[in-house]
Design a protein around this ligand. Structure first.
Ligand SMILES: [Zn+2]
Ligand SMILES: [Zn+2]
Length: 337
């Protein structure tokens, strides 16, 4: 058994780094938290001190009103870190959303990486995942089952554009999580040559502006609330998933309902949400990315959390890789995937 178990303790509400008296992504308020990224199941409000990338601190400032510049919080850009209680912490890109980081801890001759959420495929809105060599690799497993294989991004974007062109009298309404997915869909549409204004629900406005302030070009965005029904015909509209079947959508011209999520692989989920056009677009590693990443990092041990732990655990066993499942609570996978 690795010595790590003496200094890094998995608790249901987060990972506790005992010598540093610090929690990683705790699901309840603590004195000191290192936060991998801004999604609500990782970044909670109420911590006394937060260590995170500057982008994650900006996102937490936007969502929770924390003072990102306050002296008790510390911004760690990629490759940088700090030392506390004999543990060296550093932050490395995870490729999940703007500012998302893996956290490397070095202590007592051991290197442990906590991935937070991650993906391996290209994303124009964030820095790509970096392989960080380590002894213990603590990986997410949202899509830790072989059934989850995400198609190429360009194929899904092409499907969306084909739907818009096929229905010049209707709007195409895309449900996309407010942090990360919405901006990625917009940036991918721009990359595919869609240069018309994109209409957005008010709930996406501030996060899109934050991305733009951090250098992610989203082109011209217009608020649905400022638009006429007629001008949205033949156009793309983005809204949080919760708005898809809401009264709000009645202000759009006969919308085609789409949703961008890794869960759209599961037909029943698409049907539940009455989604006509499921787009399998995920900010999480799919099965092939998860297994390839474990093989590439090649740790002595993998700790698996945040999703289908058992599927990935089984794969590790079949491939003679030492692994264990951590059972952390409070994960909300549906919305951000
Ligand atoms: Zn996330
Ligand atoms: Zn997550």
């Amino acid at each position: 058994m690795a010595k790590a178990t003496h200094w890094l303790e998995p608790h249901p509400h987060g990972l506790y780094v005992r010598p540093a008296d610090l929690w990683i992504d705790p699901s309840r308020p603590v004195a000191r938290a290192a936060v991998t990224h801004g999604h609500a199941d990782h970044a909670r409000s109420g911590h006394e001190a937060v260590f995170a990338t500057p982008e994650t601190l900006a996102i937490m400032a936007l969502r929770y009103g924390i003072d990102a510049a306050a002296s008790h919080n510390a911004a760690m850009s990629y490759g940088n870190g700090f030392e506390r209680g004999g543990v060296r912490f550093s932050f490395h890109p995870a490729g999940h959303v703007l500012g998302s980081a893996q956290i490397l801890m070095e202590h007592a001759g051991e290197r442990i990486v906590v991935t937070g959420d991650y993906k391996r495929r290209a994303d124009p809105t964030c820095t790509p995942f970096e392989v960080v060599p380590c002894d213990i690799f603590i990986t997410e497993a949202t899509f830790g089952l072989p059934v989850f294989r995400h198609p190429p991004t360009a194929e899904e974007i092409a499907k969306l554009l084909a739907a818009v062109r096929a229905e010049p009298d209707r709007a195409v309404l895309v449900g996309a999580y407010a942090l990360g997915k919405a901006q990625r869909v917009i940036a991918e549409l721009r990359r595919a040559g869609w240069d018309a204004p994109i209409f957005i629900h008010g709930a996406l406005e501030r996060m899109c502006a934050l991305y733009a302030e951090h250098g992610v070009d989203l082109g011209e965005l217009r608020l649905v609330s400022d638009a006429d029904k007629a001008e949205m015909a033949g156009q793309i509209v983005l809204a949080p998933p919760s708005a898809l079947n809401d009264r709000w959508s009645r202000r759009l011209p006969d919308p085609v309902t789409a949703m961008a999520s890794g869960w759209m692989r599961v037909r029943q989920r698409a049907r539940q949400r009455m989604v006509e056009l499921p787009l399998v677009l995920s900010d999480h590693a799919d099965w092939d990315e998860l297994t390839a990443t474990i093989a590439e990092v090649n740790p002595q041990e993998s700790w698996i959390t945040h999703g289908s732990e058992d599927g990935l655990l089984r794969w590790c066993e079949l491939h003679q890789r030492k692994a264990r499942a951590l059972h952390l609570v409070g994960r909300d996978l549906e919305e951000e995937a």
